[in-house]
Design a protein around this ligand. Sequence first.
Ligand code: XMP
Length: 220
Amino acid sequence: MEKKSCMILALDVSDREEALKIAEDVSEFVDAVKVGYPLVLATGLGIIRELSEFAPIIADFKVADIPNTNRLICEQVFEAGADAVIVQGFTGRDSLDACIEVASEYGKDVFVVSEMSHPGGAEFLQPVGETIARMAAQAGAFGLVAPATRPERVKAIREIIGDKLTIISPGVGAQGGKASDVIAAGADWVIVGRSIYRADSPREAAREIAAEIEAGPNGE
Ligand code: XMP
């Protein structure tokens, strides 16, 4: 995944034509498209290959099962054409290892959720977020998912993992995070959904956020 705009589109729409149109319209301003259950359940797994025409695809299935099931899920995800998969870290090292093994067989990447961006993410996951981050680094994951709603947590996790892993960070816009703050805190990419796909002009919204990132937190 090449870093240009530092932005990933979360494409949580449920209509195939709309998804393809938005992806095409904003492709100039995003480095990847994240698809998850809303779009895939509505349109089928084939949407991954269709969208991959416009950008690398991150499959956000938050894989969270026993190692054998994780392996079977990841095989389907990569056979479908995804470039990376998001998995949960709380299921433990063996479950994560199964995902990383499959990803390396396909030459693809695994992102591990260390802590989630919504208020409830602070209840159970946050206290173990740093432990999960360390485990992900030891296991050889490609990256972590850390909350744009709490830039101070992104900073803390960056300090723990150093430059070893990339950090992608959801929670910008609709959930309250500011893109340039999160990049300044140590994220490599922000993930933006509703602020783009619900805008009157998704392309214009993506352009504005990309410009905000480029200008930095002080708008210089
Ligand atoms: P919005 O519309 O809030 O969309 O910009 C955010 C996207 O990111 C997903 N999301 C997360 N994924 N860990 C994750 O792995 C998180 O903490 C997290 N928070 C939000 C969300 O499902 C949507 O696709």
